[in-house]
Design a protein around this ligand. Structure first.
Ligand SMILES: [Zn+2]
Length: 431
């Protein structure tokens, strides 16, 4: 049995109603949490590995509920452009040239960045998902991979068949860190017959659907023109919400849409950084939360963010919705942290596995250093994590009970090689 003990930290389990536990301890066995609580009550048997949190905070890893990981290759290559021009002139032409190696090295670059920032799980939608899956497995992170389906491609039907095979193979492999999904890109890029086929495939394979929804005002206008209803209502009419769904963005939605999303318990991936950078707008987060909708956080791809630091999305979420509502009490730090961990896990349908540090859950854990000047003094550790921390305050990242990042060093891959190889891929793709 492979065991790990993390001690000497302030334990924030993110379990509902829990308070921070001074002198907290987490014990894991074979990738599973067996104890999370005060040191005084911890089991006494010796562990194979011991981590001294050195007075830092021990908490669940951040869960990135939406990205296109290998877009790290396009980071900074097409900034300050409108969404459609950005996609049609820059991104899609470069993506047509992607090879397995490009997606592998681009994804591995993203894995290194996320593990350093305390992100232990990501929900990916991209081309050649087997390459991203290989990167996730080798880098030691948890992933929800899916192959993006674009209905306007001549081989859209083949891509769906491939996506089904991909899910099938992963289900047979049953890797403990890999949780595949099906990913039609968006209602405006996938015709209704393709979406219906995705629904039946998702039901047959018992996997969630990952899809962009109502990202821009133009999308909603076109949806009313083409279908006489909003994107959310249109997807509902096609039976998409009969499956577990991760709906990304949900920026331009009305009261009826919010009611549907809440009633159908759709997992929403709120991506405020991307929405602001592409000037898509502001999701009506206060109304979504008031309706009981499940809202997690995502970074989106690196071409529209430009990083994978999920804590920064929590920071942005807390700030922009205060400014939007004119209410400084809206979305306190505790709630922002909940969205970055427990609620993101719930949005992905992984709430039984991750998102909190509780016995029975998988051991996806981070330790954050609180000793640096920008983190001192500590009046409220949760406020510090949301409003003051930097990505490199994360000192330890554990996924599935394995230490995969320590003191800024990713441990399972050669980061310098990853940076060099990803750079070569990026230059070949973009010229
Ligand atoms: Zn996206």
């Amino acid at each position: 049995m492979d065991s790990l003990l993390i001690e000497n930290g302030l334990l924030i389990t993110m379990a509902k109603g829990s308070d921070p536990i001074p002198d907290g301890v987490v014990v894991t066995e074979d990738g599973q949490i067996v104890y999370a609580g005060p040191a005084a009550k911890a089991p006494q048997q010796p562990a194979d590995q011991v981590i001294d949190a050195e007075g830092g905070v021990i908490l669940p890893g951040f869960v990135n509920a939406h990205t296109h990981l290998a877009m790290t290759l396009f980071r900074g290559a097409a900034d300050d452009m409108p969404l459609q021009a950005w996609l049609e002139e820059r991104i899609w032409p470069a993506e047509m040239k992607l090879t397995d190696e490009d997606v592998y090295w681009g994804s591995l670059l993203g894995v290194c960045e996320m593990l350093r920032a305390g992100v232990t799980c990501f929900n990916d939608m991209y081309h050649i998902p087997a390459a991203a899956t290989r990167a996730a497995i080798e880098g030691g992170i948890r992933a929800c991979p899916s192959g993006v389906l674009l209905g306007f491609l001549p081989n859209a039907k083949e891509l769906l068949a491939e996506a089904k095979d991909f899910v099938n193979q992963l289900q047979q492999q049953a890797h403990p860190r890999i949780h595949p999904m099906l990913a039609p890109h968006a209602p405006y890029t996938c015709p209704d017959d393709l979406l219906r086929e995705v629904v039946s495939a998702a039901q047959q394979l018992q996997v969630p659907i990952h899809i962009h929804v109502a990202e821009t005002a133009d999308e909603v206008r076109d949806s009313y023109q083409d279908h006489g209803q909003s994107p959310v209502q249109y997807l509902d009419s096609l039976g998409v919400f009969d499956c577990p769904v991760v709906a990304v963005h949900c920026v331009h939605i009305d009261e009826q849409d919010i009611q549907i999303l809440a009633e159908r318990q759709v997992g929403i991936a709120h991506c405020p950084g991307s929405n602001m950078k592409l000037a898509s707008g502001f999701a009506p987060l206060p109304d979504l939360l008031a309706s009981g909708a499940i809202v997690g956080l995502g970074t989106d791809g690196c071409a529209s963010n430009n990083n994978l630091d999920l804590r920064e999305e929590a920071f942005l979420t807390a700030l922009i919705h205060k400014a939007r509502t004119g209410d400084p009490t809206f979305l306190p730090a505790q709630q922002a942290l909940t969205m970055a961990t427990r609620e993101s896990a719930r949005a992905l349908g992984l709430q039984d596995l991750i998102g909190t540090l509780q016995p029975g859950k998988r051991a996806d854990i981070i330790v954050v250093d609180m000793s640096q000047p920008h983190m001192q003094p500590v009046h409220n550790p949760v406020s510090q994590l949301i409003y003051a921390a930097h990505a490199d305050d994360v000192k330890i990242t554990v996924v599935e009970g394995q230490i995969v990042m320590r003191d800024g060093q990713v441990l399972l891959v050669d980061e310098q090689e990853v940076i060099a190889r990803a750079g070569e891929c990026a230059h070949r793709l973009l010229g």
